[in-house]
Design a protein around this ligand. Structure first.
Ligand SMILES: C[S@@+](CC[C@H](N)C(=O)[O-])C[C@H]1O[C@@H](n2cnc3c(N)ncnc32)[C@H](O)[C@@H]1O
Length: 329
């Protein structure tokens, strides 16, 4: 059991652990990213970091968000180079150390579970939980202490490796760390809680909505979905046009990086607001009868944590297991 700075928070495991999950495991990608992917995605000068995908079937040219997040995980898994407006990270009372992240994650979960209990599912205690976009485990590590087993999912292998180290540091033994794919194919359902915070806005909206649908399909009867999404972009039209060009026009992102004094290949962070109505439709189609939203003030991108519970009589949909999973030490 470890105590975080401040002494008030501890992450200890008191529940029994499923034998299969005793060892934290990072499972390998279903299709490893190849050099060919790099070349295909490279900018006009063939640079190593992809700034724009210039031709893509059925999709407008757009930053390859996965690749950029993989890059973030390599050089800045704690996102120290990112100016964040996240109210759960900007707490001046917290120690600015890496453990600061876990304090803020625990505080976030206290609010979230309080809300789920009050508004949706009194006494909610998930047996199996997923944290989608878990990064270094800021929320996933303390989440593991609240359930029997926790699956942290992320697109960045380096962030997952750091999460595994952090879990070991806090003696969390019921966590599994798996690489993400849009089918969520490495999550063996059903799960009682599918959670995601500050992640879906970084994906193209169509992908994010598809992931929400799959997440709902993974939930056990009476399982809970708790996802954060921004629902608006309050920037001026000019600002948004510049951001669009950075994401879609080859070379503009690099120029913007240089202008801001950053390395030219500094990754681009997509920020996509969601149509809350589209999310409500998905929830309604899945039989959710009530939805609870809490607003999260994030200045330019006001967001909401959307909490919904699937009906208790609904059987989880069958899932196919990835066949090429690998387990690393
Ligand atoms: C801003 S961080 C938030 C991390 C964590 N949820 C938290 O609040 O501390 C966004 C995370 O989403 C991950 N991410 C981005 N695209 C993803 C995808 N397609 N699937 C899973 N995770 C993704 C990134 O690698 C990064 O770790």
């Amino acid at each position: 059991m470890r105590t975080l700075p401040g002494g008030s928070r501890t992450f200890s495991r008191t529940n029994s652990v499923e034998p299969a999950l005793r060892t934290a495991a990072i499972r390998g990608p279903r299709r490893p990213l190849s050099k060919r992917d790099d070349r295909r995605n490279a900018g006009p000068a063939g640079r190593s970091l992809v700034l724009a995908r210039v031709s893509c079937k059925n999709r407008p040219a757009m930053v390859d968000s996965d690749r950029h997040w993989i890059r973030f995980g390599q050089f800045d898994p704690y996102l120290k180079t990112v100016k964040t407006l996240d109210p759960y990270k900007l707490d001046p009372t917290l120690t600015p150390s890496s453990e600061f992240y876990f304090e803020s994650g625990e505080r976030y979960l206290t609010d979230l579970f309080g809300e789920i209990g009050r508004c949706m599912a009194p006494g909610f205690r998930p047996r199996r939980a997923v944290d989608f976009g878990c990064s270094v485990g800021r929320i996933a590590v303390p989440l593991a202490a609240r359930c029997e087993s926790m699956i942290g999912v992320d697109i960045s292998p380096d962030a997952l490796a750091e999460a595994e180290r952090n879990a070991a540091h806090f003696r969390v033994t019921n966590a599994q760390w798996v690489l993400s794919d849009d089918d969520l194919s490495r999550i063996d359902g059903p799960v009682d809680l599918f959670h995601s915070y500050n992640v879906l806005q970084h994906l193209p909206v169509s992908r994010g909505l598809a992931i929400i649908r799959r997440a709902l399909a993974l939930l056990s009867p009476a399982g809970v979905l708790a996802i954060h999404v921004p629902y608006a972009d309050l920037a001026s039209g000019a600002r948004r046009a510049i951001n669009w060009a950075q994401a879609h026009v080859p070379g503009i992102g690099q120029l913007a990086n240089v202008a801001r004094g950053r390395p030219r290949d500094y990754p681009h962070m997509l920020m996509n607001p969601y149509d809350i109505g589209a999310i409500f439709s998905i929830l309604r189609d899945r039989g959710c009868e009530r939805v609870h939203c809490r607003f999260i003030e994030q200045q330019r991108y006001p967001g909401a944590i959307v909490i919904a519970q699937v009906p208790s009589d609904r059987a989880p949909q069958a899932r196919s297991k990835a066949t090429t999973d690998q387990t690393s030490a």
